[in-house]
Design a binder for this molecule. Structure first.
Ligand SMILES: [Zn+2]
Length: 182
């Protein structure tokens, strides 16, 4: 994607789409959710579908982060739009990025959790094993998915419109979904 062409690009099951098809995504989710070890992280009884789909696409690393656009041959600057301190990739965004790390810190503070890892792969391993109550674990899964969804929206706002929110403002939006769950 060049800076003069804001057409979004989506890749599902190795196929590139020039439009977002919820039908394509939903069918791919339905087919693959049953046989993957990470399925319980994505699908739970309080799931919000748009949060789950965005999370699932990031688990497969299918969202058009700048590092992926570059490997597809698009002429893009790789610098993270939010912190400017690293190249944008899934693993940078969640949650190596200084901006997103602050949002994740505020969320885990709200859940009174002080031991969360900040690396993508480690969070995937930690979420099912975190030593919190069953009730709080569900809220934590919601918070994690909500963070991924809203953080990606924030990144896209900056990418397309140059509009930005503070880490505190974004955290308030994420926690709005879960005030009754914590
Ligand atoms: Zn960053």
């Amino acid at each position: 994607m060049s800076t003069s062409n804001d057409t979004p690009v989506w890749a599902v099951d190795g196929i590139t789409y020039w439009y977002f098809s919820s039908k394509v995504v939903w069918n791919a989710v339905r087919i693959s959710k049953s046989d993957k070890s990470w399925a319980p992280l994505v699908w739970h009884k309080a799931v919000i579908p748009r949060h789950a789909i965005t999370t699932w696409l990031f688990i497969l690393n299918c969202n058009p982060t700048l590092d992926r656009l570059s490997t597809w041959g698009y002429d893009v600057e790789l610098d993270c739009l939010l912190c400017g301190l690293g190249h944008e990739s899934r693993n940078h965004l969640f949650f190596n990025c200084a901006f997103f790390a602050e949002v994740w810190r505020l969320i885990t503070n709200k859940f009174q959790i002080s031991t969360s890892p900040v690396l993508w792969d480690q969070i995937l391993l930690w979420l099912p094993r975190s030593s919190v109550s069953k009730h709080k674990k569900l809220a934590l899964l919601q918070g994690w998915q909500g963070a991924i969804y809203e953080l990606w929206r924030e990144r896209n706002r900056q990418f397309h419109d140059g509009i930005s929110l503070s880490a505190v403002a974004l955290t308030k939006i994420i926690l709005f979904y879960y005030e009754g769950s914590v």
